[in-house]
Ligand binder design. Structure first.
Ligand code: EPU
Length: 335
């Protein structure tokens, strides 16, 4: 059946801790419940939004429509060989619980993504990434339900058109499919991706899988605010991709600006660097602020409203543009 709740508070469903309500909240435990809800016609002509754990959203006011939420919560083995394993994971499974499960079972591949807030379903939309690994590197298939018809569809990895924090579910197929489960391929053979930054220096020689996970968690805890304590949505902005020519020009003025190769002609630069150089680290604007240890993160210091946060974000975007001629874009979705 699923649970249908009216005039439901979303405070616990957004990590920015914005206190707003939605008209209807539909929470389901199985794909069949979701299909039944769609087929009942309750979404026809209604404004709707499917949320995960609300760790990438900024609600700008009450949501006059239906919020859908998956509580599909299972992890099952789909295929297994001596070298690797494919697991199918319900869209409502907490992301870090999944990482912990993989590490506990000696499945390699997900450890660098430890402690990212969110759920499995969102990983396939947002293509979450950290420390040189992206969800797209692990995803084999995505199981989804058509928003209009309730029919099911399996997307192969190539059909998801993954890019940096991008997928077909954020573009052409935005609001067209609800994701019910995701399949990930993990390796049973020891091997790590430790090339990112100075990750290797933070680890012992020949680390174990558990040590890599613990180190990633420690690094994240040192740099990123815990949303349970201080409202935030992780990186507020994406790292911009700029041409190499533009990068070389900035280098003449800022000789320590880092870059990551994108392709022959383009590089990605850390938005955190640009924002810090504009003097925003630790800055405050009404109830909102720029996190002092990682300026890519906007925090809700003191009952910030969505307007406070957006004003601060706009001021940051404008000052980065004035100084570097680069227009950084929010990663957080304004709703
Ligand atoms: N930097 C500064 N000042 C700072 C912090 C960072 O100048 O205060 C510069 C440094 O040059 C540093 C560089 O930014 O080398 C990169 O910093 P960091 O390794 O912290 O990563 P990031 O590029 O700022 C991205 C992701 C994070 C992810 C980390 C680690 C995006 C938008 N963000 O941040 O993802 O955890 O890499 O891989 O791509 C998230 O999406 O919510 C998130 C936290």
């Amino acid at each position: 059946m699923g649970k249908i709740l009216k005039n439901y508070p979303l405070l616990k469903h957004n990590t920015f801790h914005i206190d707003i309500n939605c008209d209807i909240f539909f929470d389901y435990d199985t794909e069949a419940e979701l299909v039944e809800y769609i087929k009942s016609g309750q979404l026809i002509g209604v404004k709707f939004l499917h949320i995960g754990s609300g760790s990438n959203l900024l609600f700008t006011g009450d949501f006059e429509g239906t919020i859908l939420h998956s509580s599909i919560d299972y992890i099952k083995i789909k295929e297994e060989s001596s070298d690797d394993i494919i697991i199918e994971v319900g869209s409502g499974v907490n992301w870090d619980d999944l990482c912990a499960y993989c590490v506990k079972n000696n499945y390699y591949g997900m450890e660098n993504l430890s402690f990212i807030p969110g759920v499995a379903g969102a990983s396939a939309i947002q293509n979450i990434g950290a420390y040189g690994v992206e969800a797209a590197d692990l995803i084999t298939t995505v199981n989804a339900v058509d928003v209009e018809t309730g029919s099911t569809r399996v997307f192969r990895n190539e059909e998801c058109c993954y890019g940096y924090r991008e997928s077909v579910f954020k573009k052409e197929l935005k609001n067209k499919y609800f994701i019910t489960s995701v399949c990930y391929r993990l390796s049973k053979i020891s091997g790590f991706n430790l090339r990112y930054g100075n990750l290797k220096n933070s680890l012992p020689e020949n680390p174990t899988l558990a040590q890599v996970r613990e180190t990633i968690i420690r690094i994240r805890e040192e740099k990123l605010p815990n949303p349970a304590v201080i409202g935030n949505a992780g990186s507020f902005f994406m790292n911009p991709v700029i041409s190499k020519v533009m990068y070389e020009d900035i280098l003449t003025r800022y000789d320590d600006i880092p870059c990551y190769r994108v392709d022959e002609n383009n590089v990605k630069v850390p938005a955190a660097y640009l924002i810090e150089k504009c003097g925003w680290k630790g800055a405050k604007h009404k109830g909102a602020g720029v996190y002092e240890k990682q300026p890519l993160v906007i925090v809700n210091n003191d009952n910030a409203t969505a307007e406070d946060i957006i004003e601060l974000a706009d001021n940051i975007v404008n000052s980065v543009y004035d100084k570097f001629n680069i227009r950084i874009k929010p990663e957080v979705n304004y709703i």
